[in-house]
Write a new protein. Sequence first.
Length: 87
Amino acid sequence: YDPTTVVSWSLFRENQFPYLELRRPFILGLNQEKKWKPTLAHFFLDTLEKKGVLSRVYTQNIDGLDYQMDIPHEKIVPCHGSLGSAS
C-alpha cells in the first residue's frame, strides 16, 4: 500500500473522501488544540438565534464552526457539506 495514494489527483477526481478524511484534523484544527475559533460573524448569528430572529444559516464553510455555536443543527444548511458533522 502506497500512503501517497490518498493525495493523488486521480483518486481525488474519483473519490474526495480519503483526502478529506486525511485533512479533517487540519481543517477542524484538532491537531492544534482547537486552532480554529468562531469569528465575530459566528457570534452574531448566535445572538440572532438567542433573540429568536434567525430562520436559517446557509454556509459555504466546511470547518464545522457553525455547529459549535448554540444554533440548532436543523437551522444550519451547509452548501458544500461539513466536516464538522461528518461521521
